[in-house]
Design a protein around this ligand. Structure first.
Ligand code: 26W
Length: 791
């Protein structure tokens, strides 16, 4: 290993050890490790061809990968080897690992789920491709100026990306605009604009390097690089115009995670990667097959939400216009290949494109959508329409063009059947199924929590890493004092390490024995960071009013970005920082209460915060969080959940036991019922003196003395609107927090509850989730029976 690293340093980086920077060492290590996986990758591809296996194609606008270096090293079981080699070379493994920028090609839950799924598909040995966009700029960098979020372009590609292979030979033309003409039964699309999609491949190697799949990300390139005539005329801007325009398509990730921007460029991004992916999978299929009617036997396409829903019309277009299959046959043929996952019920997140816009950008597709609509209406008169009020509704299109539609938690799937797709569910009663989300235990325990990992592996071997339900064996350790001692110590060590990091990065001193209460996720009103903040102020008031009480010291940690155009979310960020400024400098509650909000929350920060957490905040308004996956990561790492009966919280509580979960709040049904009562917010506030006092303090500018009116909007919203029932759940939430305080006072009992969480989270492995998709949707299997863990 040592020689290989030095070799790469010399011949790939052109550096000798004495002059190498951390970047150089990281690249040398990464390239050396990458060398070790290429065989597996090649052999897997060959095996899939040899077995003419069915392939899974996971189409997603987002892959929230984070860093890859640790994942690659541990999946190849090379950690000790690399650590040893670097030590011999006088280099620090952790410093080198931390030098890698996050690949932040996603907004939040949907993007991270796609990344976890890729790891599980490879670990299970199921032949698969992830298809997405190679954004030049991922999710923006967040910093705070006077407590307010500031966005700056993210720059992960300013450095070479060690893990990707450019594939200049894999390039497809992508067309836009123009018009369509029909001559004697033949349809021809005459596009007005064309760009090229070039592939960049990242190998996805499973646990223990047994199988390798590919993440293929498309980058937009101009058909013609450079307009020499304009240049010679001195019109330099014109010379580069077509290039700039083409590259715009894969320039940047849209930072909205719940609001449909409706922007033309977003539609072009969605079609760009979808069309490139379909051309690529068709090319691969036709290499070994010539009868397209067998396509569904060999191709399973999963649509990660509606963002790639244009795949339906695009596949039909290719089958009909390029392969001469009859429209009436092409539609069911395409449907048999396609499946769609819904990740949200929020009306503003359900994509719909103006018919005029979609018709202008994709004229042939609008024609095909009209035919799909007619076919659906003919086969199911009165069925909900795709085309409505001049809009193309992508949810209805995805549903109608999919043979299976799934929700991402048991509760969410029921709500999908009862609300957003109720009418389509009545017409197609077997199409909607549930596949509760999961997380990869490789990244979210094995890599991010080495202390707990080693404790578990010493106790039961490492079988759990690829078979997480083995963790149930840990329940027997509850009465093993030595084990429980070590279990508590590993959490304490993580908290001490985090306290150091927070000290360095935020300049705030933390007490590692305090309860670390953490809420990390995108900022959104339905996730109710505001309710957490209000409870914190109420606790502060009580601590000041009752200084002699034996308070459980509490550290409130927030992390999360707001979509740049989401002003209420930005006000909530500012309020959290303003309140932190006052409370953190209040001598009356020094050592008892601290608020920390490290800027630029991302995957790597989650890996740092979650292993050091005691309490996991999963407090969304019931019926609004489709699943959540952070909730699973916390529980797996021995944090207790305070939460509502929402999304996957319901199933987590069923698995860990209600006695090991701090439940509060209205249920989804009660939320719907309460909304019928006009003035429910005011009534709730009047019924809660504690809440009233807190809202009064915020409204009068207690946390913004130089701008007292700063939060009139936020408080006014709670009194007059409060759509997410913060006011109605506040007291129940406050009481649950006090129950957590009391429980934390008994460290051994808390540790026992934490152990029950870790031991009971095996079912929430994304390996289990992917096995469900493979069984119930894709009918896909690992070609290598040995790896067929679905048996
Ligand atoms: C069109 C803009 C846009 C972009 C992204 C709308 C909606 C989205 C995503 C669907 C939002 C998202 O990330 N949803 C989250 O998906 C997770 C994975 O299934 C769930 O665990 C979360 O509950 C859900 O909010």
């Amino acid at each position: 290993m040592k020689d290989d690293i030095l070799n790469r340093l010399q011949f790939s980086l052109g550096k000798d050890a004495d002059h190498a920077s951390v970047y150089d060492w990281r690249m040398a290590v990464s390239l050396t490790v990458r060398d070790q996986m290429v065989d597996t990758w090649f052999n897997s591809t060959k095996e899939a061809y040899a077995a003419s296996s069915k392939r899974v194609y996971y189409l997603s606008m987002e892959f929230l990968i984070g860093r890859l270096i640790e994942d690659m090293i541990s999946n190849l079981q090379l950690e000790d080897t690399v650590r040893g080699a670097l030590t011999d070379l006088g280099q620090d493994f952790d410093e080198i690992v931390h030098d890698e920028p996050d690949a932040a090609l996603g907004n939040g839950g949907l993007g991270r789920l796609a990344a976890c799924f890729m790891d599980s598909l490879a670990t299970l040995g199921i032949p698969a491709f992830g298809y997405g966009i190679r954004y030049e700029h991922g999710l923006f960098e967040q910093s705070f100026a006077q407590g307010q979020q500031v966005e700056r372009p993210e720059t992960w590609l300013n450095q070479r990306h060690a893990w990707e292979f450019e594939r200049p030979e894999v390039q497809f033309p992508i067309c836009f605009g123009g018009h369509v003409d029909h001559h004697d039964g033949k349809t021809t699309w005459h596009p007005s604009e064309k760009v090229l999609a070039t592939a960049y491949d990242t190998p996805v190697i499973g646990w223990k390097n047994e199988w390798g799949n590919t993440l293929r990300l498309w980058s937009a390139e101009p058909v013609s690089q450079f307009d020499l005539d304009s240049f010679n005329r001195g019109d330099y801007l014109a010379a580069g115009r077509s290039e700039a325009l083409a590259r715009t398509i894969s320039r940047v990730l849209y930072p909205d995670d719940t609001t449909d921007s409706g922007k033309e460029l977003r539609l072009k991004q969605e079609y760009f990667f979808t069309a490139a992916s379909i051309q690529d999978l068709m090319r691969r299929y036709l290499q070994d097959h010539d009868d397209l009617r067998q396509l569904p036997e060999h191709v399973a396409i999963q649509l990660n939400d509606t963002h790639p829903a244009i795949a339906g019309p695009e596949l039909v277009r290719v089958l009909v216009d390029e392969h001469g299959i009859d429209m009436a046959e092409a539609i069911p043929l395409a449907r048999a290949c396609l499946a769609y996952t819904n990740h949200t019920l929020l009306p503003e997140a359900l994509e719909k494109w103006g018919e005029w816009l979609l018709g202008r950008i994709l004229p042939r597709h609008l024609e095909i959508i009209r035919i799909i609509e007619e076919t659906q209406q003919r086969e199911h008169p009165g069925s909900p329409r795709i085309l409505e009020h001049g809009d193309v509704r992508m949810g209805e299109l995805a549903f109608i063009m999919a043979h299976k539609v799934n929700g991402v938690s048991a509760l969410h799937t029921e709500l999908v059947k009862e609300t957003v797709f109720a009418d389509l569910h009545r017409i197609h009663p077997t199409r909607i199924i549930n596949q509760t989300n999961g997380i990869t235990p490789r990244r979210w325990l094995y890599n991010c929590n080495p202390g707990l990992r080693d404790l578990i592996t010493d106790a039961m071997g490492d079988g759990w890493v690829a078979d997480l339900e083995q963790l149930t064996a840990l329940k027997a350790k509850r009465d093993d004092a030595a084990f429980m001692q070590a279990f508590q110590a590993s959490k304490r060590d993580n908290k001490a390490a985090l306290s150091n990091w927070i000290g360095q990065t935020c300049g705030i001193a933390l007490d590692p024995d305090a309860m670390f209460d953490v809420q990390i996720k995108r900022i959104h009103e339905y996730k109710r960071q505001l309710m957490n903040l209000l409870e914190t102020v109420a606790l502060w008031n009580d601590m000041r009013d009752n200084p002699d009480h034996d308070w459980t010291p509490r550290v409130k940690i927030f992390g999360g970005k707001a979509a740049p155009g989401y002003y209420m979310a930005k006000d909530i960020i500012r309020l959290i920082n303003d309140v932190a400024e006052v409370i953190n400098n209040d001598p009356a509650t020094k050592g008892r209460l601290k608020i920390v909000y490290p800027p630029n929350y991302n995957v790597t920060m989650a890996e740092r915060l979650i292993p050091a957490s005691d309490l996991s905040e999963q407090i969304s308004t019931a019926g609004k969080e489709a699943s959540g996956t952070g909730n699973m990561k916390f529980a797996l790492n021995g944090a207790l959940t305070i939460g509502t009966l929402d999304g996957a919280n319901v199933e987590i509580r069923e698995h860990v036991g209600s006695e090991n979960f701090f439940l509060f709040g209205l249920t989804a049904a009660e939320v719907m019922e309460r909304r019928q009562h006009h003035g429910y917010a005011r009534a709730a506030i009047e019924a809660s003196p504690r809440l009233q006092r807190v809202l009064g303090q915020i409204a009068e500018g207690r946390f913004a003395p130089h701008d007292t009116g700063r939060y009139h909007g936020v408080v006014g919203m709670l009194y007059d609107h409060d759509y997410f029932l913060v006011t109605c759940d506040f007291d129940s939430y406050f009481d649950a927090q006090r129950r957590a305080d009391n429980a934390y006072q008994n460290a051994d009992n808390w540790a026992a509850m934490a152990l029950m969480n870790t031991a009971s989270m095996g079912w929430f492995s994304s390996d289990r989730t992917i096995k469900g998709y493979a069984r119930d949707i894709w009918n896909a299997h690992p070609p290598r029976a040995a790896m067929d863990r679905s048996a």
